[in-house]
Design a protein around this ligand. Structure first.
Ligand code: NDP
Length: 305
């Protein structure tokens, strides 16, 4: 059997960033408004630090005003709320992202709900969740990881996903649930699987489109995959890599990539798949938020989402 097509997140993310750059240049030329993004990080979590640095770099590349607020791990919830309020009121900032996870003593729910929905470029505010699930994509901010995953799926399957059996493994608020909502709007027949799902392997084997967002290294192997299926691997798991030397690690997805290559029709790699798309979609959301704030929805980047 032939090998699966590898869907490159890097290539697609570069296209998205290019589209965002052009839309930003048009927005600036026609309205004088420069999209502004504020990224807030509390504490020293190394993975979060890496993400925040990449976000800042990408934002500058897109021509945005980019600000990073680094707060120490002991910052109080009240102080963080005050910062979010000041960013809500700041006309130069169109997108606010508070990097999760937050330290234990801060309620993520409270912080997410304190961000103005129109500046919530992560798409986690209950208003945006509601707009997405009621199908109002033109007003919603769509969470970046599912939005990027959908674009990757369309790279392999084309624009029309109507009638496909889609299985999303994982039901988190940030990936699984919004992913399922997006696929339902694409007229897929959607099943959400999770840790209590019975006969999950057989269920997944029925999927034309399988989205894995579990957080368990290489859990999904060849036996879970329908021949020819498209696999979107959201998982990012760090595992030991003694073959690279003592104490070394590497990143793997939730899917056993090498095993899947022989069965699937198309698959995203880890790294170089969903992760890079997530950051590109954050840039897209910031440009969208700025165009909407200017009352110029016609100047949003056109990603045909
Ligand atoms: P969560 O831990 O919030 O959710 C994991 C989901 O997987 C839960 O719904 C859980 O079920 C389900 N699950 C756990 N074990 C099993 C199992 N054995 N069988 C079936 N389902 C299971 O994770 P996230 O959604 O935040 O993230 C998932 C993965 O995606 C992680 O690897 C994360 O690092 C990665 N990620 C990647 C991003 C990117 O940009 N590429 C962005 C965000 C996340 P239950 O609800 O029943 O507990």
């Amino acid at each position: 059997m032939s090998q699966a097509q590898i869907i490159s997140g890097k290539t697609l993310a570069a296209t998205v960033v290019e589209t965002v750059k052009q839309a930003t240049a048009r927005l600036i030329a026609q309205t004088g408004i420069i999209p502004g993004i504020a990224v807030v990080i509390v504490g020293e979590d190394p993975a979060s630090q890496v993400y925040v640095r990449s976000k800042g770099k990408r934002a500058e590349e897109c021509g945005f005003l980019s600000r990073t607020h680094r707060l120490d791990a002991g910052t109080s919830e009240a102080d963080l709320l005050t910062l979010v309020e000041s960013l809500n009121a700041d006309a130069a900032i169109h997108g606010i992202l508070v990097q999760l996870p937050l330290p234990q003593h801060i309620s993520e729910e409270k912080i997410v709900e304190s961000i103005l929905p129109e500046k919530d470029v992560d798409g986690f505010h209950p208003i945006n969740v509601g707009l997405l699930s009621s199908g109002n994509r033109s007003r919603a901010m769509i969470p970046c990881t599912p939005a990027g995953s959908l674009m990757l799926a369309k790279q392999a399957l084309g624009e029309n996903l109507s009638g496909l059996n889609a299985v999303v493994v994982g039901r988190s608020n940030i990936v699984g649930k919004p992913m399922a909502a997006l696929l339902l709007q694409e007229s897929c027949t959607v099943t959400i699987a999770h840790s209590r799902t019975r006969e999950i392997e057989a269920l997944c084997r029925n999927a034309d489109l399988l989205v894995a967002a579990v957080g368990r290294p290489q859990m999904i192997n060849a036996g879970w995959i329908k021949p020819g299926a498209t696999i979107i691997d959201v998982g990012i798991n760090r595992v030991d890599a003694p073959e690279k030397g003592e104490g070394k690690t590497r990143l793997v997805g939730d899917v056993d990539f090498d095993a899947a290559l022989g069965v699937a029709g198309a698959i995203t790699p880890v790294p170089g798949g969903v992760g890079v798309m997530t950051i590109a979609m954050l840039m897209a959301n910031t440009a969208i938020a700025a165009a909407r704030a200017a009352g110029r929805a016609d100047l949003e980047p056109d990603l045909s989402l």
